[in-house]
Ligand binder design. Sequence first.
Ligand code: ARG
Length: 459
Amino acid sequence: MSNRMWGGRFASGPAEIMEEINASIGFDKRLAPQDIRGSLAHVAMLGAAGILPADDVAAIEAGLKSVRDEIEAGRFVFKRELEDIHMSVESRLTEIVGPAAGRLHTARSRNDQVATDMKLWVRDTLDSLDQQAADLQRALAETALKHAGTVMPGFTHLQSAQPVTFGHHCLAYVEMLARDRGRFRDARARLNECPLGAAALAGTSFPIDRHATASALGFDRPTANSLDSVADRDFALESLAAASICAVHLSRFAEELVVWTSAQFNFVKLSDGYTTGSSIMPQKRNPDAAELVRAKSGRIIGALTGLLVVMKGLPLAYSKDMQEDKEGTFDALQALSLCLAAMTGMVKDLEPNAGVLSQAAGSGYATATDLADWLVRELGLPFRQAHHVTGRLVGAASAKGVGLEELSLPEMQEAEPRITDAVYAVLGVENSVASRTSYGGTAPDNVRTQAQGWIERLG
Ligand code: ARG
């Protein structure tokens, strides 16, 4: 049998494989709420503009609501031969209200319909990702406040560089997430124009009111060019790009958690709730959730790359290629949502091992810069020379297998005779972090102020 919606000029139905490759219902059925919302706005406008008589409008509206109820209750039967969510809803609507249902598709096309549905879905999802990112920020800021003075090694090249505080490290991710949220909001603001009424590609001869449907659906305005309205998926690309960047931030943090929870580092402890055991090695406590957050960035970036490649060669306007925007977008944004939730759970539960962190903070000559700064400040050495003197002292300490603070004063004075006892004060890790009071620096007072500021702003 040929397709009921568009089969007029077809003598026979599609080949089995055609149906399989063509159908999107398996994945676009999740757009049912958006599709029905869009149809309700469209039919109300058709009525108000005098394009459809009031009784048809009323019948269609009632019918759409019962279709929505059936879908919500799980009573709706999705059929592959109806291809996609748009035709599935309309076909069921026809069964419920009869031929009047056929008037719903006046002055629109599946092309503007699907663009509208996707925008509505992506918009809602961006809003909830923004909330979830805020939850993670809050958890991090609270941890930062608690550990504003917990010292730990700061790394560059994964080599001990200078001591920092655990709170400062947490706040670094709060800042990254703030920019991620800014990107979600930017993407949302740019996508918020309504394609409905662009019809297939050229607009329509019916006297529709696109401003009315745009505002009924919460859009700022209708899109201004009918070709562009149905031909672009940049809103999905931009959201996937923002999601990819956020996923990369989470992946880096996840990587740190994996390293930090290893027996060799032992910097933090994750809770039982976010780790798993091994079926063969009883001592194991694996950071699976962190590993999966790290891994899921792969599919999120993959979805962005996939859709960029789908779009890059398409002539205007709509091509069926664009149906391939859905699975990747749904999957990626859903994966990011799961990652944000898992990260928030891990952060809320995690316990830094303050003793281990403090000891590690002082190892690896992490206060060498403090020593060089002291030579500059107290003895007036040019920084380059101070760097050189400090290098000699690190060499001497390392040859003896001791820390800088374990060198005797005479040993210090071999490198620079004017060094006094006072130098020992800056070699301590606590003093080192406390001295980093420049704006944005790691001093516990700074960290406390910033953490408190975030907690207030996040509400
Ligand atoms: N299922 C289609 C999609 O997701 C809907 C639009 C179909 N349009 C068309 N002209 N065949 O892209």
